[in-house]
Design a protein around this ligand. Structure first.
Ligand code: GTP
Ligand code: MG
Length: 207
């Protein structure tokens, strides 16, 4: 895929404010600081498109970016992180409501990329979230981030445990991607996947 243009559209504080366009939408979610915004920048090849920070809790709104490639127009959506311990209980609740309302109501959402830090096993909060997404039939994939921070041998072991955990919840594994925004790893695989889904969506619309 060749990305021809990327444009920031808007920040929304509820799903109702999200852009009305019905182009296919790909959203990125995961624990705070997992690397969602960095991954979006890596995919778009724009260092400062989505704001990143070493302090968790940077992204607090739903941010829409429109992308145009050689074939399709689609949205990349940056979501606030879940499970950030340092914010108050009430704002954690607000974030949770914002995220769940968005994923349950955003009809044009064709894939939710759930990001997991390559250095860690799936935490209970990730497992709970993945289960919730599966129960609600939201199409999703798993993306391991920050692969540059873990040695390959250790990563293999973590991966195996993670796959077992996923298989204790689902009968088959979802699509899994391994990425490093730092090393630009996994970009082509993710973009190819998005291109495939865009083609399927387009065919369904034409039927
Ligand atoms: P919130 O918006 O706070 O939920 O965080 P986020 O998930 O959007 O994370 P963000 O992209 O802001 O990255 C968090 C920190 O991790 C930043 O300091 C990034 O530089 C760093 N980071 C992100 N991706 C990578 C990666 O692939 N490798 C390494 N080494 N660092 C990364
Ligand atoms: Mg962010």
């Amino acid at each position: 895929m060749v990305i021809k243009s990327v444009e920031f559209i808007k920040s929304s504080s509820t799903y109702k404010e999200c852009p009305s366009d019905t182009i296919p939408e790909y959203a990125f979610i995961g624990r705070s600081n997992v690397g969602k915004s960095s991954l979006i920048n890596m995919l778009a090849q724009r260092k400062k498109l989505a704001k990143t920070s070493s302090t968790p809790g940077k992204t607090q709104l739903i941010n829409h970016f429109s992308v145009e490639d050689e074939n399709y127009k689609w949205f990349l959506t940056d979501l606030p992180g879940y499970g950030y311990a340092k914010v108050s209980k009430s704002s954690r609740k607000e974030f949770h409501k914002l995220i769940t309302n968005y994923i349950l109501n955003r009809k044009q959402l064709v894939n939710l990329f759930i990001l997991i830090d390559s250095r860690h096993d799936l935490m209970q909060i990730d497992k709970d979230f993945i289960e919730y997404v599966g129960e609600n039939q939201v199409p999703f994939s798993i993306v391991f981030t920050k692969k540059d921070k873990v040695k390959s041998e250790k990563f293999k072991l973590i991966q195996k445990e993670n796959e077992e955990k996923l298989l204790s919840v689902f009968s088959e594994l979802p699509p899994i991607f391994v990425t490093s925004s730092e090393k630009k790893l996994g970009r082509e695989e993710l973009l190819n996947y998005i291109a495939e889904v865009n083609a399927i969506v387009q065919n369904q619309t034409n039927e």
